[in-house]
Write a protein that binds this ligand. Sequence first.
Ligand code: G6P
Length: 611
Amino acid sequence: MCGIVAYIGPREAYPVILKGLKRLEYRGYDSAGIALLNGGLKVYKKKGRVSELEDSLLGKDLHANIGIGHTRWATHGEPSDTNAHPQTSASGKLAIIHNGIIENYSQLKQELTKKGYKFNSETDTEVLLNFIEDIQKNNECSLEEAVRIGLKRVVGAYVIVLVDQEHPDTLIAARKGSPLVIGVGKGEHFLASDASPIIEYTKEVVYVNDYELAIIKADELILKNLGNDKLTPYITKLDMELAAIEKGGYDHFMLKEIFEQPNTIYDCLRGRLDVEAGTITMKGIEEYAEQIMNASRIVMVACGTSWHAGLVAEYIFEELCRINVEVEYASEFRYRNPVINKGDVIIAISQSGETADTLVAIENAKSKDAIILGVVNVVGSSIARVSHGGAYTHAGPEIGVASTKAFTAQLAVLTMIALKIARKKDTISEERYRHLLEELHAIPEKVFKLLESIEHIKEIAEKYKNARDFLYLGRGYNFPVALEGALKLKEISYIHAEGYPAAEMKHGPIALVDENLPVVFVATKDAHHHKVVSNIQEIKARKGKVLAVVTEGDETTIGLCDDVFVVPEADEIVAPMLNVIPLQLLAYYIGIAKNYDVDKPRNLAKSVTVE
Ligand code: G6P
């Protein structure tokens, strides 16, 4: 949540920062601002998108070689020009950008108010900045020193970057709990919430860790801990191409990412799955294979779409590995007092690797000697770094706020882990194991075929776009797919949608059914198919409109439905990777039909780094 960018070096700072903010808009887009140092501090901020800020600055002299910028997802204080970042200090000399929440800000604010400080905004950020300025004044110390002292009293999560008009050659940054990447160029440095604003200038980056402070000049990067000890910056090479973060001819990132799925699933399997040899190679799992096999239970922790991937995996692990699995919302898991025993295996599933609740949940479990495995998309992210082992999903940068390709890649990784453990534990027959390897291997090709036959989804979207509510139903492996379909529709089209287990609908949701309610069934051929078909009949008997994801050739089910999305035949274990795709597209095209910004849906943000 919130994107931050900063630059120092010989280039014009403004265009670098502006472009960076546009790349980070997926993190928040209710207001944006930039501060530049050029013979004084100049701050420009505006409610709305980054492009609105850009328009308001046309014709202004924005020359500067140092600056900071921010795109906001509001926490403290409504979206407004005043609450936008950068915030400035009482003296007007300092400016700050912040991603995170200062939890004890009201206490700090009270202390400062007693000293006579007045605040323009409702933000916790302005309080933090004045708190730092107050320390600087009282101790007659440098800004770096004041930040270090101040942060010792701060409770909460933050990435902050500060500039001081009296020292226009230095940026001061610090992190705890929110992400910060520093790009190291020749005589220049770039700071950002992720690597996307940096990639076109340099591939050498430093991932700043919690409780670290960076003092950055054009040609110097000093890293320190809060105890003022110098640390050696560890430079990593980015394995990402610029094309991966551009739209590549598609109207929206979401559509591009849906269509990338044949490749992203393939990339995820590549080098791991060897059908001929009958092997799955995953180093970060192999090291912990014994512990996983012998664990009395596995707990999957995640949020949003990643939580749905965990639900599918629960069914797969229990079926193939005969290990008890629980799937937890990270935000619930961390705040109750869960029983975690030494040797429990916790699998954190996260696209961004930065979701605050998931991160803290695994940190807590780690402190109780659980084994933490990460199934993460963003390389080098916080969750990946806290985890003992795990596997990356290799889906490439996902920019559309509604997750699509990350979900299918998570399913591919989790299925491979389950197959690997089942094989080692001998809970799967050789024949079934080999069959599932082939089925998994065939998925990218089947997704490709499926995506070639989706033109009619646009018409279906047009037909149902004015519905007030939708119901999504599925059983077994397809129940979490129904949940995910409903979530996509809510996120993108703002239509109320509920996902339910198909049989459970008789215990409540069936009361909603009338001739106006579209009911989407995930009704592909699996062990429960005939039961789902009965549920379709029950909806038809009550005049509901039935849309269904059905298996190619299943004419009986096709004949029962008002509209169908036909998918290639696949084993039920791997079928969710296919079945979800028409539901992603249905949400996308309904969002488009309603003229919404599908890449930046209202109120949402992609990376939720606040709790
Ligand atoms: C946000 C995003 C969702 C995502 C969820 C979990 O809500 O909008 O798309 O599924 O966070 O994010 P993670 O990065 O941990 O998978």
